[in-house]
Design a protein around this ligand. Structure first.
Ligand SMILES: NC(=O)C1=CN([C@@H]2O[C@H](COP(=O)(O)OP(=O)(O)OC[C@H]3O[C@@H](n4cnc5c(N)ncnc54)[C@H](OP(=O)(O)O)[C@@H]3O)[C@@H](O)[C@H]2O)C=CC1
Ligand SMILES: O=C(O)CCC(=O)C(=O)O
Ligand SMILES: [Mg+2]
Length: 748
């Protein structure tokens, strides 16, 4: 580590990783004389896989565990991390990444589907650590402050993005269970004193009264004083019946069937629900071909795509028979929402393709429609099994049917203050999620033998527990009060007193609010659907309202409102003030945009908008300026803010399509141009002024040339030497196509 303060810029995956090849050299050129270091750490899916097997790899392939390093760093006051979106891998994605690395000469074991040997069990445990949302929970040692910067709102008002009209006769709706689901079965306690707990399954006595032994599912769960502990379960039979009903309803109403889960973050529970939906949808197929499909080891939790992949191995007559029956199922069932209609990929193919936080808002923005097999928009039945949060989307849909689509020119804004530190709530539940092995009881027992929660379950039910520590709740309430004070906006806590977990949180919120000066602030507590309606009414009228929410609604609302307000969550400021004083600056609120990579390799055009990165960088410099009284960092922050304003004013974001103008790389040139000018124009730091005056001049003089070089390369396929692990040299060459710009940067 260098003596200068260090900003860590994370290397991740897909589109943001490609953009980094272009943006980071610019950032490094602008910071190298500013008494601070910008270093990278690789937390990409490929990097994390290699780190997980590092001890088994030869010396030249050993890979440091950068995620663990950064996790430790978040505990220190000097932490300053810029976190770009990364892949939260489903099993199909994980397998693809493993195959790519194996082909590149890394002797990694295959992903063991049903491990039997000790080595396979070890490999499976290592891969489990890499699976799903494995990065964010490690780094998020603070709560979340996500909002649209003023300049971004002003830009959206001046250049409104397209918004599909809503018709009052739209047939789109949300279906949710409302009984026998996680919401209805929840139990919650706040533990008064520190203790440990164990989760155990007590089998139901047999018909002869014989009692089989209790199975400990998880032991030694540390609970702190004041920690909230909840447990709940989803009844498998009720879920299956619900899917069957909704499939029939979609068919009857002639709408698309669409399933919206979060199989990436809820990496244990949601793939199981996804798998059951696929099983119910293709029931006839499974009844007819039970033995063959079982012999192939088809795992529906990985989606219908798993079946399609595995039947490839069958003799052609057997395969054709199954394919014919698949066709018959599709003909008899409702049309399914498509992920890619050209390639015939449905919502049911891969559990990570449709992720509720992004899929629902995108649908709401597009007149409440998803794509059908013909590639046309069609009304859809949005199936969101658990009823904890489904009502929020139902409220938005009803509101749009009644009032029409929102207007980005006039609508207000909804920033979010989200509780997420220390793996709070459902998103920290996957290490405490189990499928009931038989009928019986799952209970949680503390160190004194006291039963904290108890649920009667049936075979296959999905039981889960989650924890919410007290310190993060205190910090979250403080953050909400601060944001309400600084913004002057009313704030609503989206909490449902009828829900056991929320009731515990509400008690804490009341206690901790009383410890703050809230005079003159407008703070309310409303259940999610009511909070949503109150917020939407204000939003429509151009008024702003802070949503103060738990971890799941944080995730949902920070895609929902940004996508409606500014077209994409990529433009959000997403700050995580770490509880020990450091700063984690996430970029945007959305994902890693896999479609963008495909577009880049097919036509050398990168549509990724790095605005989230620009704003995160400015916030990171500002944090350094304030916490370390770093004068040059302050200048970098102020000038980058100015450059960001200019960037928006002059509309230099990437075009969406090849042939329509500059892409991501061209947008980075403009950022550099405006930033250099701002540095040349300021008078706080003479050294930076002197260094950047000539750079600003050179960039201005070369503008035409640079843009021409950037555009000249567009339109052809391009090779970056890998998807999960691009070849640095090839990718860097592809993403830095302007020799003129590169030469000027080299002179800084
Ligand atoms: N913080 C994190 O690390 C997060 C990671 N993820 C991960 O990302 C992957 C993909 O998730 P998915 O839900 O499909 O979400 P994405 O955000 O990757 O994609 C949804 C769509 O949003 C638009 N979009 C997102 N970011 C940008 C940007 N910077 N510039 C322009 N457009 C953008 C694109 O739409 P279009 O171009 O069509 O307009 C894109 O196709 C998954 O592996 C998921 O787990 C998801 C959320 C957060
Ligand atoms: O960690 C993930 O998988 C996704 C995170 C996400 O969607 C969010 O924080 O908004
Ligand atoms: Mg999200």
């Amino acid at each position: 580590m260098s003596a200068n303060p260090t900003i860590i810029y994370t290397k991740t995956d897909e589109a943001p990783a490609l953009a980094t090849y272009s943006l980071l050299p610019i950032v490094q050129a602008f910071t190298k004389h500013a008494g601070l270091a910008v270093e990278t750490r690789d937390i990409s899916l490929a990097g994390r896989i290699l780190a997980a097997f590092s001890d088994l790899l030869p010396a030249n392939q050993k890979t440091a565990d950068a995620l663990a390093e950064l996790g430790a760093l978040t505990q220190k006051p000097e932490a300053n991390i810029i976190k770009l979106p990364n892949i939260s891998a489903s099993i199909p994605q994980l397998k693809a990444a493993i195959a790519e690395l194996q082909a590149k000469g890394y002797a990694l074991p295959d992903f063991p589907e049903t491990p039997t040997t000790a080595a396979e069990k070890d490999a499976k445990a290592r891969y489990a650590k890499v699976l799903g949302s494995a990065v964010n929970p490690v780094l998020r040692e603070g709560n979340s402050d996500r909002r649209a910067p003023k300049a971004v709102k002003a830009y959206a008002r001046a250049h409104p993005h397209s918004m599909g009209a809503w018709s009052p006769t739209s047939k789109t709706s949300v279906a949710t269970m409302g009984h026998d689901d996680f919401y209805s079965n929840e139990k919650s306690v706040t533990v008064p004193a520190a203790t440990t707990a164990r989760i155990e399954f007590v089998p139901q006595p047999g018909p002869d009264g014989q009692q089989e032994a209790t199975v400990v599912l998880k032991d030694k769960i540390a609970l702190q004083a004041g920690e909230i502990f909840d447990a709940t379960f989803m009844n498998r039979k009720a879920l299956g019946a619900f899917f069957a009903q909704q499939i029939m309803k979609a068919k009857k109403d002639d709408v698309l069937f669409s399933l919206h889960l979060k199989a990436t973050m809820m990496k244990v529970s949601d793939p199981i629900m996804f798998g059951l939906c696929v099983r119910v949808f293709f029931k006839d197929l499974f009844t007819k071909h039970t033995a063959v499909l079982a012999s192939l080891g088809v795992d529906l939790n990985n989606g219908f795509g798993d079946l399609l992949g595995k039947i490839e191995k069958l003799p052609s007559d057997q395969k054709s028979a199954i394919e014919a029956d698949i066709k018959a199922v599709f003909a008899a069932r409702p049309a399914v929402a498509m992920v890619n209609s050209d390639k015939g990929i449905t919502n049911l193919h891969i559990p990570s393709d449709v992720i509720v936080d992004a899929s629902m808002p995108a649908m709401i923005r597009t007149s409440g429609q998803m794509w059908n097999a013909a590639g046309k928009g069609q009304d859809t039945l949005c199936v969101i099994p658990d009823s904890s949060y489904a009502g929020v989307y139902a409220t938005v849909i009803d509101f749009c049917k009644k009032h029409g689509a929102f207007d980005p020119k006039t609508m207000g804004t909804v920033p979010n203050v989200g509780l997420m530190a220390q793996a709070a709530e459902e998103y920290g539940s996957h290490n405490k999620t189990f499928q009931a092995p038989a009928n019986g009881t799952i209970q949680v027992v503390d160190a004194t033998g006291k039963v904290l929660t108890e649920h009667a379950v049936e075979t296959g039910d999905i039981w889960r527990a989650c924890q919410t520590k007290d310190a993060p709740v205190q910090d979250w309430v403080k953050l909400a009060v601060n944001r309400a004070r600084l913004s002057g906006m009313p704030a609503i806590f989206w909490l449902d007193e009828k829900r056991p977990h929320d009731a515990q949180i509400i008690a804490k919120v009341k206690t901790y609010l009383a410890q703050h000066d809230t005079a003159g602030l407008d703070l309310k507590i409303l259940a999610p659907a009511a909070a949503c309606l109150a917020t939407l009414e204000r939003l429509k009228a151009g008024q702003d309202t802070i949503s103060v929410t738990g971890n799941v609604l944080r995730d949902y609302l920070t895609d929902l409102f940004p996508i409606l307000e500014v077209g994409t969550s990529a433009k959000m400021l997403s700050i995580v003030p770490l509880m020990n004083g450091g700063g984690l600056f996430e970029t945007g609120a959305g994902g890693s945009a896999p479609k963008h990579v495909q577009q880049f390799t097919e036509e050398n055009f990168l549509r990724w908008d790095s605005l989230g990165e620009f704003f995160a960088l400015a916030a990171s410099f500002e944090h350094l300026g304030i916490t370390q009284n770093h004068a040059k960092a302050k200048v970098l922050a102020e000038t980058l803010d100015e450059a960001n304003g200019k960037f928006l004013e002059n509309d230099k974001s990437p075009a969406r399509k090849v042939g329509a103008g500059i892409d991501n790389r061209g947008s980075h040139f403009y950022l550099a141009l405006y930033w250099a000018h701002a540095l040349a124009a300021q008078n706080t730091d003479a050294d930076l002024k002197a260094r950047f005056a000539p750079i600003a001049e050179k960039l201005t003089a070369a503008e035409k040339q640079i843009v021409a070089e950037m555009i000249a390369v567009q339109g052809q396929p391009t090779d970056i030497g890998g998807y999960y692990q691009p070849d640095d040299e090839k990718a860097s060459a592809a993403l830095r196509p302007s020799k003129t710009l590169n030469d000027i940067l080299a002179t800084v």
